[in-house]
Design a protein around this ligand. Sequence first.
Ligand code: ADP
Ligand code: ZN
Length: 220
Amino acid sequence: MPHSARIIMLGRQGAGKGTQCVRLAEHFGVPHISTGEMLRAAIRKDTPVGRSVKKVLDAGELVNDELMISLVQGRIGEDDARISGYILDGFPRTVGQAQSLDHITEVRPINMVIDLDVKRELVLERLSARRACEQCGANYVATGNDPNPWKCEKCGSPVVQRADDTPAAISHRLDLYDAMTAPLIDHYSAKSVLVTVDGLGTPDEVFARLRLAVEGLQER
Ligand code: ADP
Ligand code: ZN
């Protein structure tokens, strides 16, 4: 890769961000930084951060900006991200977080923001079928005809429904997305780094679109 790609992936819950970010990260050899995964890992390990955020996650609320910013600042300062860049998934989620990120990345700015676009009506069904590995966070889709017990293909741990994938928490997170995160689209389109990618279709179809968008970035 000629230079490093520093990418933000925006998109509603259930738009397929997690799955697509894993694939893009593998394909382009850049780290995938998922703040939701970082927080869930902290909860699993029962660290002080994990203990302080568990209730917030289960309720589908947002963790405070200050904690999120320090988590992300630490992570993007690590060697792999400094050298290769990164794909940020789940951050920023508020205008305050985006403004702080602008500061933190002044020297090595974000070069692309992708809005993975799927309408609200369409993500509800995907979210109720979403399952995830308890240990590594790999995503799965329930069909009603699933193995029992269901073990993760990657690590063998149990595949379960996330604690925050209840109907009430899902609809609350979607409300928060519209209120707090959707305004970031204006924030980044003003900086001319925004690309909208249609999130409808099979995972392979969506991946092909995303790959083209990121290849376009590398040629710039
Ligand atoms: P989803 O996209 O389904 O909400 P994530 O894995 O991205 O799932 O996030 C799970 C939870 O982690 C969020 O509901 C929120 O509580 C917390 N979280 C993750 N990223 C952030 C962030 N940037 N700011 C505030 N809270 C966050
Ligand atoms: Zn796993």
